[in-house]
Design a protein around this ligand. Structure first.
Ligand SMILES: [Mn+2]
Length: 354
């Protein structure tokens, strides 16, 4: 934690800001290790303050190191006095606050210039340290294990999408997950053409494609993986589309390494799908960062930047034919100097269930 705070303070010193008000709970967890639901962190040149209410004071005293812990139910009034006493004139704050909070902030800190930021702590979070990587790896292993188990759970003609989703959710918890990292997607048949088709009571039947997109939390960090399986033998077109998506997914694994531009990260797998004639059916981004949040920086496509060692990002090409079916394959990749490590290890050759 201390290294993360030092990095934050170094970034603050290089910025135009006199201080920063951290209210995003994931940013607070990242900087302090505090996992309660009410806290405000204030960092300036000469202060590290952790403000929370009486419900969390004891928890904060146990888990938060290197900060002055202040128990209060009105953190903004406390901060207003400090900001005024220290003569601070320009403060950054986490952009995700509600409009009501922002209005209150403006009223409490009248005369102080306020800069909304969504990339301050978030950029630091992009590069994972060894503890973070270990947690994400475990979350990925748990997802892999649950996927292996769900294959024998599915009885074509009987099992519903919801039953499959619940099985995955429960199995991941049994393997040590703290919870699921987003609502599990189990989309079969025509519903698999929806990239984010949440599970329904539709039974999974012979001839269906079945897309499973799921993940869990382990020690506050997420996994996010997708596998598509087929019930019974696929048609030639289904097989061709599956192989195209797999080739796109593999092309990015082969190309990924520190220094690859965000644009190329998106372009390389997209070109595989394009060359197979399915460009218009790959309708979403190639991937995103994962960590404390299921979707976090970096994002790709038209953004400037290059992937760096220590980033953990998804590689999730897909092809979706309206009203027919869809295929997506998603892995979590740890970027390294020489290449990447694939953290999700569940098999990717087309699995046929019967
Ligand atoms: Mn994803």
């Amino acid at each position: 934690m201390e290294q993360r705070i030092l990095n934050f303070e170094q970034k603050l010193a290089q910025s135009e800001l006199d201080g920063f008000l951290v209210t995003n709970l994931l940013n607070i967890y990242y900087l302090t290790g505090f996992s309660g639901t009410e806290a405000t962190v204030f960092i300036s040149k000469n202060r590290r303050l952790f403000l929370t209410d009486a419900r969390y004071t004891l928890m904060a005293r146990k888990s938060v190191q290197g900060f002055d812990i202040i128990e209060t139910r009105s953190p903004l009034s406390v901060l207003a006095n400090i900001v005024s006493a220290d003569g601070l004139s320009r403060l950054g704050f986490d952009k995700q606050v509600t409009f009501a909070y922002y209005q209150n902030l403006k009223a409490c800190l009248a005369g102080v210039e306020l800069a909304a930021m969504d990339d301050f702590t978030e950029e630091l979070r992009m590069i994972k340290d060894s503890n973070e990587i270990a947690a994400i790896k475990r979350a990925c292993q748990i997802s892999d294990q649950a996927f292996a188990d769900v294959l024998s759970f599915i009885k074509p003609g009987e099992t519903t999408e919801l039953e499959v989703a619940h099985f995955l959710d429960f199995r991941m918890r049994e393997y040590g997950a703290a919870g699921i990292s987003f609502e599990t997607i189990a989309a079969s048949g025509g519903r698999s053409a929806m990239p984010h088709g949440t599970a329904t009571d539709k039974a999974i039947v012979s001839g269906d494609m079945l897309t499973l997109d799921f993940g869990c939390y382990y020690n506050h960090y997420v996994s996010d993986m997708t596998r598509t399986v087929h019930i019974g033998p696929p048609t030639d077109e289904e097989f061709d589309i599956y192989e195209t998506v797999l080739k796109a997914n593999q092309s990015l694994i082969e190309a990924s390494k520190a220094g690859l531009s965000y644009r190329d990260f998106d372009r390389i797998p997209r070109q595989v799908i394009d060359e197979a004639g399915y460009a218009q059916y790959f309708t979403h981004g190639i991937g995103h960062g994962i960590g404390l949040d299921i979707h976090e920086r970096p994002y790709f496509g038209n953004a400037d930047g290059v992937v760096e060692a220590g980033m953990v990002v998804t590689d999730e090409p897909g092809i979706y034919l309206d009203n027919k079916y869809g295929v997506r394959i998603e892995d979590d990749l740890l970027i390294t100097a020489a290449g990447c490590e694939v953290l999700t290890q569940a098999p990717k050759e087309l699995i046929m269930l019967s």
